[in-house]
Ligand binder design. Sequence first.
Ligand code: SF4
Ligand code: SF4
Length: 501
Amino acid sequence: MGNLYYYPEFDVIRDKDKCTTCRVCEKQCAFGVHFYDENKKIMMEDATKCVNCNRCVVFCPTKAIKIVKNEMSIRENANWGLNLVTEVYKQAETGGVLLSSMGNPNKNPSYFDRILINASQVTNPPIDPLREPMETKVFLGKKSEDIVRDKDGNLIPNMDPQLELSMPLMFSAMSYGSISLNAHKALAQASRELGILYNTGEGGLHESLYEYKDNTIVQVASGRFGVHKDYLEAGVAIEIKMGQGAKPGIGGHLPGTKMIGDVSKTRMVPEGTDAISPAPHHDIYSIEDLRQLVDSLKEVTEYKKPIIVKVAAVHNIAAIASGIARSGADIIVIDGYRGGTGAAPTRIRDNVGIPIELALAAVDQRLRDEGIRNNVSLVVGGSIRSSADVVKAVALGADCCYIGTAALLALGCHLCRACHTGKCNWGIATQNPELTKRLNPTVGKERLVNLLTAWNQEIKEIMGGMGINSIEALRGNRLMLRGIGMNEKELEILGIKHAGE
Ligand code: SF4
Ligand code: SF4
């Protein structure tokens, strides 16, 4: 029956006086919005297809195009907002589950925005990061409880394997398939230059990226796509993905249309076949089962690599993390409900999981209470948007943060939320060769390096203002935080006082 019930979400406004009919917009838009009308000799548009990625706006040489929100499309009310009405129409039309990309866009509270950071004033003076040393280096992995010496008093090295990072930041898991090889290359190259790590995600590792071994985390997810001995050896750590913040309780899905060429070879999945990773790992139904997988991965890599377990932030996350810490894992990743995704069912993305701030504070406290905090490092992700979010996360108990969406923004993403279509006009979330070549990995690398260099400097400045000169001294230092506009329960879970106290 087609789209009879709703107007397009966006209007494409073209200034006819400025338009020279150069047809650049037509070439730039993979969604087929712009076309040339041979009879009228003018450019026309089909706004129903526009996702507002801004590619044509940026590349129009005369700046003749503007994309605006179509405010007049549906009569909303306080209960039935535009999105809900449109989604009902869409489902009535297709009978299908709604799919979305990127993170939860709803107006749920951001706790990071309601946490304020302390600064030193008269006593315990601030530190000037330009003149005094500031340490943002972090080591991830199990920390030894005691120092062991031989009979001559020499230290016996008894440290479990550690990951060394120049700053408390890493690039989170984004699979080859969900993003392009050029995007992966940019992440890998930036990681090497910055002295941090990027993560393969669940799609295996393209052979051209094996050279970035020292800056790679390889992921093992429930589908085991692209997992073999060489792959497990191709990184400095192995991450077992049990869950993801954007879609807790849900597996992964790469549509067959994206399963082409090298993606299919790397994943070890036939071309054109959907790659569906199941929601559970079919060999893990308990912490004991998880321990077996952790042990197997350690054994196959000769106990030289830390094992990471990634879970989504859900209601009983503190108890889950306590179990994982006892499973032999070296690092726990907690991914909050605002985390990005290449494709997720909309209802799951927007309604399942909990904010990362609450999950992190609860986990850190639980592990401290149980005396096992040093058994694991904590990494958090799920909408870390700025250096201030990083400082707040570390003060709440994180050792390090994963960033995904911010990294894609640095690469040129315009948050159009169309990743699941495979038509990303910015060459990031696509495998179309015409589109992937739009992202130059060297330029992308430079932009990622710039972003994280700036964040690292800002972290030093904020810490200096607090009178703190190392991440180690900031970690779990909740006295440095105050809440604003929160209730008693929220403050209690976060373990912080209200501003003014
Ligand atoms: S989808 Fe992007 S490139 Fe196409 S018309 Fe809309 S804003 Fe322009
Ligand atoms: S990665 Fe591409 S498709 Fe996805 S939100 Fe960003 S610009 Fe849009």
